[in-house]
Design a protein around this ligand. Structure first.
Ligand SMILES: Nc1c(C(=O)O)ncn1[C@@H]1O[C@H](COP(=O)(O)O)[C@@H](O)[C@H]1O
Length: 165
């Protein structure tokens, strides 16, 4: 059986980002969304990063998710070369705990937007859930899966109990 063409491309600046970005791929998998994950860097592999972004729409992709740490230019550079929505996930960094990544991603110049999420795993998961929401706009099955996920989440939280003091 041939693999479905990816609808979502997860691109990260280094394989050292994968332990965090795994949560993004796992969430997309949970919703049955065809996706691919790649290491590409605006700094270390600029030509390949630009080619990836400029060919993504032609390959049938709907959303790109860019993750990077430190001087986190990757998502912005992808956005410069595609009209697809680009979601940005700031990676926790060694010296500044990801604040550098967050600021590098969120302060895009007017005209080339990226949607920036929280630093780390929560951001990785939420970027995937946001991609699910976008796909659900034109996919009734996906919308049902998203509703079911929200219901399960609500039930889990409401079932929580705290220890007596
Ligand atoms: N910020 C970027 C870009 C980019 O923005 O294109 N490429 C790599 N990096 C980041 O450098 C950090 C350290 O990378 P290494 O662990 O490979 O030294 C990673 O978090 C990566 O995303």
């Amino acid at each position: 059986m041939s693999k479905k063409n990816p609808l979502v491309g997860i691109v990260m600046g280094s394989d050292s980002d994968w332990p965090v970005m795994k949560a993004c791929a796992e969430t997309l998998k949970q919703f049955g969304i065809a996706h691919e994950a790649k290491v590409l860097s605006a700094h270390r592999t600029p030509d390949a990063a630009l080619d990836y972004a400029s060919s993504a729409q032609g390959r049938g992709m709907k959303v790109l998710i860019g993750a990077a740490g430190g001087a986190a230019h990757l998502a912005g550079v992808l956005a410069a070369k595609t009209e697809l929505p680009v979601l940005a996930v700031p990676m926790p960094s060694k010296h500044l705990q990801g604040l550098d990544s967050l600021l590098a991603m969120v302060q895009m110049p007017g005209g080339i937007p990226v949607a920036t999420f929280a630093i780390g795993e929560a951001g990785a998961t939420n970027a995937a859930l946001f991609a699910v929401s976008m796909l659900a706009l034109s996919d009734a099955e996906m919308a049902k899966k998203l509703s079911a996920f929200r219901t399960r989440q609500t039930e889990k939280v409401l079932a929580k109990t705290l220890p007596e003091v």
